[in-house]
Design a protein around this ligand. Structure first.
Ligand code: ITT
Length: 204
């Protein structure tokens, strides 16, 4: 017999609609009410690592809203560019399109195009950091943008061993390989634990 558990509110501390949609799908099995950031929340990302920034955003939102909060700090690291844009991925140029163009211009016709996506995810309450995970997806920067799905650098990132860019994959396929999908696989059992869930106490 399955018992219904009261949903727990969790604010997704992100202003990035692409991330918000991915998290909404990836966490849909959990008894959670996923909330958008309340008006007036603003948080400066002063960390120098993805983990630091994820902590900063999750704690800031938990303090602001009073609810548990989940934050993701993620980005693209290109080997030929010394790991750039890294934690500055969202600030590398003004728009997604300009950021993509900038990376392609900086790489030019270089043969070594290896890169990786990294995601650090943190869940915090007002009082403490509740859990932290991270995921990595290795791949390549393509020579030209391909595909129309996803967001950010998806049109120029092709995961290792795959023929499609993230922007040519549907959501389910991207999540199988992506940095965020991998981090979420690590997060799920931990999230079940802190929500006091077990297989008989909640239903999908
Ligand atoms: P929040 O801080 O409000 O969550 P943000 O877009 O500023 O939104 P980050 O500081 O973590 O988020 O920057 C991440 C950037 O890295 C994001 O804007 C994209 O440009 C890129 N990025 C991260 N994950 C990506 C993905 O799955 N596909 C494509 N680009 C991604």
């Amino acid at each position: 017999m399955n018992f219904k558990v009261k949903n727990k509110s969790l604010v997704l501390a992100t202003t990035n609609l692409g991330k918000f949609k991915e998290f909404s799908r990836l966490l849909s099995d959990f008894p959670l009410d996923l909330l958008s950031p309340p008006n007036g929340w603003n948080c400066e990302e002063t960390g120098v690592t993805f983990q630091e920034n994820a902590r900063i955003k999750a704690s800031s939102m938990a303090n602001f809203s009073g609810f548990w909060s989940l934050a993701d700090d993620s980005g693209l690291m290109v080997d030929q560019l010394g790991g750039k844009p890294g934690v500055y991925s969202s600030r590398y140029a003004k728009s997604d399109q300009e950021r993509v163009t900038k990376i392609l211009k900086e790489l030019g016709n270089k043969i070594n195009r290896s890169a990786k996506f990294v995601a650090a995810i943190c869940i915090a309450s007002k009082e403490e950091i509740l859990l932290e995970v991270h995921g990595v997806c290795e791949g390549y920067i393509t020579f030209t943008p391909r595909g129309k799905f996803g967001f950010g650098y998806d049109p120029i990132f092709q995961p290792l061993g795959q023929e499609l860019t993230f922007a040519e994959m549907n959501n389910e396929t991207k999540n199988l390989f992506s940095h965020r999908g991998k981090a979420l696989e690590l997060l799920k059992p931990e999230l079940s634990r802190i929500l006091n869930l077990n297989s008989t106490s909640w239903s999908n």
